[in-house]
Design a protein around this ligand. Structure first.
Ligand SMILES: NC(=O)c1ccc[n+]([C@@H]2O[C@H](COP(=O)([O-])OP(=O)(O)OC[C@H]3O[C@@H](n4cnc5c(N)ncnc54)[C@H](OP(=O)(O)O)[C@@H]3O)[C@@H](O)[C@H]2O)c1
Length: 228
């Protein structure tokens, strides 16, 4: 049995990661604002707002095998309507929150055998898309953090990220909440579909378990970033 921290365990991809890990018999400590509707002997939850100015994380005794950081945002707006605070808020939630969590539990990660960190970028970090300037900037920060920490923490701790395209979760609901919007989103992707939370969660766990991989940004995006 391994012990994982899943930030963003209440919804979407993080919830699917949490359920998969629990099914595999691992211990999960979930952290975000709202407790998920989950009752399991191996699951515990601490309410944390990673977008706040003051984040107080709980003490965790013993080793931690891995950290998944899933909180993120999709505020799509024309650049002319974005204020500096929008860039700051996206950066805090996506990048600073991850940095605070990793820094807090670095000693516990170092105690583990072959520990890992898995972060979430977005297809928009590497592929220019209208109205994505704030979130793409923050997610590009996640990609820089991934590679820098992978270098700094090698050979002990592996650090990787997944860059998804549109995935069916509460975060993306407003873009796919009618049959027309859903079909248009599917059509934009070479594989003519959008992702499911489980598609992303199973990949995240595989990457976490792969001991010969670090500093990578893996596109799970229906081919959007690489196929014409
Ligand atoms: N879904 C997509 O289409 C898509 C596309 C590209 C990238 N991504 C990235 O994939 C990751 C997971 O996305 P998702 O679709 O699974 O999102 P989601 O369904 O909205 O879930 C996000 C999780 O993060 C938590 N969270 C949000 N704000 C938080 C805050 N201020 N403090 C603490 N926790 C917070 C939420 O819990 P609480 O609300 O309870 O706090 C929730 O558990 C994100 O980083 C996202 O940017 C998603």
């Amino acid at each position: 049995m391994k012990k994982y921290v899943v930030a963003g365990c209440s919804s979407g991809i993080g919830l699917s990661i949490t359920k998969n890990l629990l099914e595999q018999g691992h211990q999960v400590i979930g952290m975000n604002r709202n407790s998920p509707d989950l009752s399991h002997d191996l699951f515990s939850f601490v309410s944390i707002d990673f977008g706040s100015q003051e984040i107080i994380l709980p003490e965790i005794v013993g080793s931690i095998d891995g950290i998944f950081y899933c909180p993120g945002s999709i505020q799509l707006r024309p650049f002319k309507n974005l204020k500096p605070i929008d860039f700051i808020n996206d950066f805090i939630l996506n990048v600073v929150g991850a940095s605070i969590l990793i820094k807090q539990y670095l000693p516990q990660l170092q105690l583990a055998n072959e520990p890992g960190i898995l972060l979430f970028s977005s297809v928009a970090a590497q592929t220019g898309m209208s109205f994505h300037s704030s979130i793409a900037t923050a997610k590009a920060g996640i990609e820089g953090l991934t590679r820098s920490l992978a270098a700094e923490f090698a050979p002990k701790i592996r650090v990787n990220a997944i860059a998804p395209s549109l995935t069916q979760t509460p975060l993306s609901d407003k873009f796919i909440n009618t049959p027309e919007k859903l079909n248009a989103s599917k059509e934009r992707h070479p594989l003519k579909n959008i992702g499911s939370a489980n598609d992303l969660a199973t990949c995240a766990i595989q990457i976490m378990n792969n001991n010969w991989m670090t500093g990578q940004i893996i596109a799970i995006d229906g081919g959007l970033s690489s196929i014409r």
